[in-house]
Ligand binder design. Structure first.
Ligand code: NAP
Ligand code: FER
Length: 341
C-alpha cells in the first residue's frame, strides 16, 4: 500500500461566491489507526451545500472549518486496516470522513454499506443524510395529508427529489421547482411529480403556480429561498406548513438582502413556518434507513447520483452545487478500485 495520502484543506475563506483559490490539495502521510479505529480508503465523498457555512468564520449548526484545516464530510470508504472487532479489512462503511484518499475513522461512528441494497454512492444520498432530511423534514415538519398540494424547491437535488417522491407516496399532488428542462423532465417523467417549473425560463412564478397548483399550496418544502419562496408564500392555503430545510440561494450572500418582506403573506393562512435540522431526528435514523432502504431495494423510490471523478476535482464538484450542475446527489468518486489494486 502507498504511504502517501492527499487531502484538501481550506486555503482561504471566500468573500461571497467561493472559487478554487479557497482550496488546496496537500500531501500527507497515510494515518495509522488507534485502537477502536479503522484506516479507510475513500471510494466516494460527499459535497453538500451546508459546507458553504463551514467556510464562514461564524458559529452555526456546523462548526466552521479553520483555514489550513482538512475538509471533512460524508464518505463511503473501504476498510484497509481494522483496529476494531466490528469491521474487517475489505468492508465498506459510511461515516464522517475527509476530502482525502485515506482517513482514520472511529469504528463506533460508522455504519455498514450493503451494496446489495444500492450502489455504494447512494449511501451519501437517498440512503444517507439527504435522504433522512427528506424523510423527517417532509413527514414530521411538512405533515402531508392525502390530497394536499406539496411544493418543493430544489426539487431535482438530493433532498428535493426524495421529498417529492415521499409526498407522492402519501397521496399528495406534487410540484417541483428546478433549474433546467432536463431536471423538470426527470421530475415529471421518471419521479411522478404532477408538475415541474423551470425557474430559469419561467417569467412569473405566481402564474406558473396558479396553473400547476390551482388549489393553492398546503405544504412548502423549501430548499432554496429567494424569489421562488416569495412566490410560494403568496399561494399558501389555510393552515399551510412551510418546512425551511435550506436557503441555498442565500448561502453566498455576505449580507441579508433587504427588500419587501413576505411575512404578511403567512398571516391570513395562519401558516406554520418551521426550520429543521436532520440531526434533531438522530434517535430515529434507523427507522428512516430501514424504510428508505426498502423503497430503494424494491425500486419504489428512484435515486440518481451525479458523479465527478477524481479527488482533485472535489472543489469543482462542490462549486457546481451553486451552479446547479448536479441532478440528484452530487458525489466525488475518489477511487473505484478495491484497496491494494
Ligand atoms: P442539492 O439540491 O442536491 O444541490 C443544490 C441545488 O440547489 C443545485 O443543484 C441547484 O439546482 C439548486 N440551486 C443552487 N443555487 C440556487 C439558487 N440560487 N436558486 C435556486 N436553486 C438553486 O443539495 P441538497 O444536498 O439536496 O440540499 C438541498 C438544500 O437542503 C440545501 O439548501 C441544503 O443546505 C439543505 N439541507 C438542509 C438540511 C437540514 O438538516 N436542514 C440537511 C441537508 C440539506 P437548480 O438547477 O434547480 O438550481
Ligand atoms: C447536520 C445538520 C444539518 C448535518 C447536516 C446538516 C452533516 C445540513 C444542513 C444544510 O445542508 O443546510 O447534522 O450533518
Amino acid at each position: 500500500m502507498t504511504t502517501t495520502n492527499r487531502e484538501w484543506i481550506l486555503a482561504e475563506r471566500p468573500d461571497g461566491e467561493p472559487d478554487l483559490d479557497c482550496f488546496e490539495l496537500r500531501e500527507t502521510d497515510v494515518p495509522a489507526p488507534d485502537p477502536g479505529e479503522l484506516l479507510v480508503r475513500t471510494r466516494y465523498l460527499s459535497v453538500d451545500p451546508y459546507m458553504r457555512g463551514r467556510m464562514r468564520d461564524a458559529e452555526s449548526y456546523a462548526e466552521p472549518w479553520g483555514v489550513g484545516d482538512a475538509l471533512r464530510g460524508g464518505v463511503v470508504a473501504e476498510v484497509v486496516e481494522s483496529e476494531s472487532d466490528a469491521y474487517d479489512a475489505g468492508d465498506l462503511v459510511t461515516g464522517e470522513g475527509a476530502w482525502s484518499d485515506y482517513a482514520t475513522l472511529d469504528a463506533a461512528d460508522v455504519a455498514p454499506v450493503d451494496p446489495s441494497v444500492a450502489d455504494p454512492e447512494a449511501y451519501l444520498g437517498v440512503l444517507g443524510m439527504p435522504g433522512r432530511t427528506a424523510y423527517f423534514g417532509l413527514l414530521e415538519v411538512g405533515e402531508p395529508k392525502p390530497g394536499d398540494t406539496v411544493v418543493v424547491s430544489g426539487a431535482a437535488g438530493a433532498v428535493g427529489s426524495v421529498v417529492g417522491q415521499i409526498a407522492k407516496r402519501n397521496g399528495c399532488r406534487v410540484i417541483g421547482f428546478a433549474g433546467t428542462d432536463e431536471k423538470t423532465d426527470w421530475l415529471t417523467d421518471d419521479l411522478g411529480f404532477d408538475a415541474a417549473i423551470n425557474y430559469t425560463t419561467t417569467g412569473d412564478y405566481r402564474d406558473a403556480l396558479d396553473s400547476a397548483a390551482p388549489e393553492g399550496v398546503d405544504v412548502y418544502f423549501d430548499n432554496v429561498g429567494g424569489p421562488i419562496t416569495d412566490a410560494v408564500f403568496t399561494r399558501l392555503n389555510l393552515d399551510a406548513r412551510v418546512a425551511v430545510c435550506g436557503q441555498i440561494s442565500h448561502y453566498n450572500d455576505e449580507e441579508v438582502p433587504t427588500g419587501p418582506r413576505k411575512l404578511p403573506q403567512i398571516i391570513a393562512p395562519r401558516a406554520k413556518v418551521q426550520g429543521l435540522l436532520v440531526s434533531d431526528f438522530a434517535t430515529r435514523f434507523e427507522e428512516a434507513s430501514e424504510r428508505l432502504g426498502e423503497w430503494v431495494a424494491t425500486g419504489e423510490l428512484e435515486h440518481r447520483e451525479t458523479v465527478v471523478d477524481g479527488l482533485e476535482n472535489a472543489p469543482d464538484a462542490f462549486l457546481g452545487l451553486f451552479a446547479g450542475d448536479n441532478i440528484g446527489k452530487q458525489v466525488v468518486r475518489v477511487t473505484n478500485d478495491a484497496a491494494g489494486e
